[in-house]
Unconditional design. Structure first.
Ligand SMILES: *Cc1c(COP(=O)(O)O)cnc(C)c1O
Length: 418
């Protein structure tokens, strides 16, 4: 038996469980969002993407692309080294100032990705605080879990968004023990939102630090696009805010914003910050342009909300079930990995619509779903096309229809606070 057999048997097992991941070969069209070219078996075809996390289409915004191209021409394609060794690119320094201002914090720190920022920040915080206890929401993202594990700190998991359970765990830990509450503002698989203010109340009562992942909310919520904490008027009460430059902002990279001393400690201690090449200046400049644009402009947020609302209404009229979501994410439950993949395949092959199936381990077994994310560029005609295609797929696969449709959040509630 060669060592390769281990890899084969691992993959066979994943296939048997119906959770083998197939990546779809797409080329997004910057000038024709949300269209893309799909390549498969030597053929290519125009498709409409309905599952992008570039929620506002900022990745194709002309000003963002200009910033990237101009900066690459002036400063080159790469960073040339780590920030420690090869000089700290001014574009990255300026990006961090923009981020600190966005979240109204003393400082910010940029990382290669949101994943790395969570791993590095939670890894360092939990490692630095003596006898630290990290209280982690049960639905936290894999990158937060990786950071908590890397920190070596003790972890207790609280039931999702359950304030009573969180309070009981805080009480048990006592006032004196250093504690960190790690949670997300907007959980991207269900589309639900954390009670940030009340979690901050508990943190204040028991002397805990709050660590908030706003990855799916930055750019999208709040008067300046700083996220749900800004929308809810509690941004100043959150100790550490973590975000990505890759989703609402449409580029790539991750960050934290916090008190200067916390950022400085993470900058000094985190191996995944120190021992890796810095973000290219062109990426930093593009991200900064996107953030600066969304600070001033609410047009994208309003158009986004309108199209999300229209999509929900169209799906509801077509009898397509939707999990109740408090956000721009529309999860459509299927509850079986095979059917979920089949629905996704049918949509792509018959209707030229790309919606990725979401299966275990991204979501618990039995809760497999399609996750639909409209952007401002999904016009009314595309929305009708989606509803019609889903109706036909539901008929063909005999999937359950919605009998009592979940209430649709009103547009008024989704409107930006500004
Ligand atoms: C996507 C995601 C991340 C990671 O961000 P990247 O910039 O894509 O690495 C972190 N947290 C949550 C909740 C996410 O969904």
């Amino acid at each position: 038996m060669t060592l390769h057999n281990h890899f084969h048997s691992f993959l066979d097992q994943v296939h048997r469980e119906g959770r083998y991941r197939v990546f779809t070969d797409l080329e997004r069209h910057a000038e024709r969002p949300p269209h893309a070219t799909w390549r498969s078996g030597g053929a290519s075809r125009d498709v409409v993407v309905w599952c992008s996390n570039d929620y506002l289409g900022m990745g194709r915004h002309p000003a963002v692309i200009d910033a990237m191209v101009e900066t690459a021409r002036r400063m080159g394609a790469g960073a040339g080294g780590t920030r420690n060794i090869s000089g700290d690119s001014h574009a990255v320094v300026a990006l961090e100032a923009e981020l600190a201002d966005l979240h109204r914090k003393e400082a910010a720190l940029a990382f290669s990705s949101g994943y790395v920022s969570n791993e590095a920040a939670l890894g360092t915080i939990g490692w630095l605080l003596p006898n630290c206890l990290i209280l982690s929401d049960e639905k936290n993202h894999a990158s937060m879990i990786a950071g908590i594990r890397a920190s070596g700190a003790e972890k207790r998991i609280f039931r999702h968004n359950d304030l009573g359970h969180l309070e009981a765990l805080l009480q048990e830990a006592g006032q004196l023990r250093p504690k960190v509450i790690a949670f997300e503002s907007l959980y991207s698989m269900d589309g639900d939102i954390a009670p940030i203010g009340q979690i901050c109340d508990l943190a204040a009562k028991f002397g805990a630090l709050t660590y908030l992942d706003e990855v799916h909310a930055v750019g999208l919520y709040g008067p300046r696009g700083a996220g749900i904490a800004e929308r809810d008027g509690v941004m100043d009460r959150v100790a550490i805010i973590e975000g990505t430059l890759a989703k609402g902002f449409g580029v790539v990279g991750g960050y934290i914003a916090a008190d200067a001393v916390i950022c400085d400690a993470i900058r000094t201690a985190a191996p995944s910050f120190i021992f890796t090449t810095a973000m290219p200046p062109a990426v930093a400049a593009a991200a900064r342009r996107s953030i600066a644009h969304l600070k001033r402009s609410v047009a994208e947020r309003i158009a986004h909300r309108l199209q999300v609302e229209k999509t929900r209404r169209a799906l509801s009229e077509a009898g397509i079930p939707m999990m109740s979501s408090q956000s721009h994410i529309i999860p459509v439950p299927i509850g079986d990995p095979g059917l979920c993949r089949e629905a996704s395949n049918l949509l792509l092959e018959r209707f030229a619509i790309y919606v990725q199936p979401i299966n275990y381990p991204t979501v618990p077994k039995g809760t497999e779903r399609l996750r639909i994310t409209p952007t401002p560029f999904h016009n009314d005609q595309l929305i009708d096309g989606l509803a019609d295609a889903l109706r036909k797929v539901w008929d063909r696969l005999g999937l359950p229809r919605e009998t009592n449709v979940a209430p649709i959040p009103s547009l008024a509630r989704l409107k930006p606070a500004a």
